[in-house]
Design a protein. Structure first.
Length: 85
């Protein structure tokens, strides 16, 4: 099973914006969350994915990602994520 490592960075300035090569719009929503496990749907560049993440073990966690039809991903976002994406 794949392992995920989530990292967050705090930037001190906005200068990186001028260096960006492209813009990608991402919409995602949380479908389920329990005991530090979560299932998320994400829609990006006309592709939808479902991600299943286990609880963190140190800095890693088990993570599985499945591609989903775009229409299903949008329906999940709109109908099961309070339409807030």
């Amino acid at each position: 099973m794949a392992k995920g490592i989530e990292r967050k960075f705090l930037l001190s300035a906005e200068t990186w914006r001028g260096l960006a090569m492209q813009k990608v719009e991402i919409h995602d929503g949380l479908l389920a969350f329990r005991d530090r496990r979560k299932i998320r749907v994400r829609f990006c560049d006309d592709k939808a994915t479902l991600s299943v993440k286990g609880p963190k073990k140190g800095v890693t966690r088990d993570e599985i990602e499945y591609e989903s039809p775009a229409s299903d991903g949008l329906a999940l976002l709109e109908d099961h994520c309070d339409g807030k994406f």
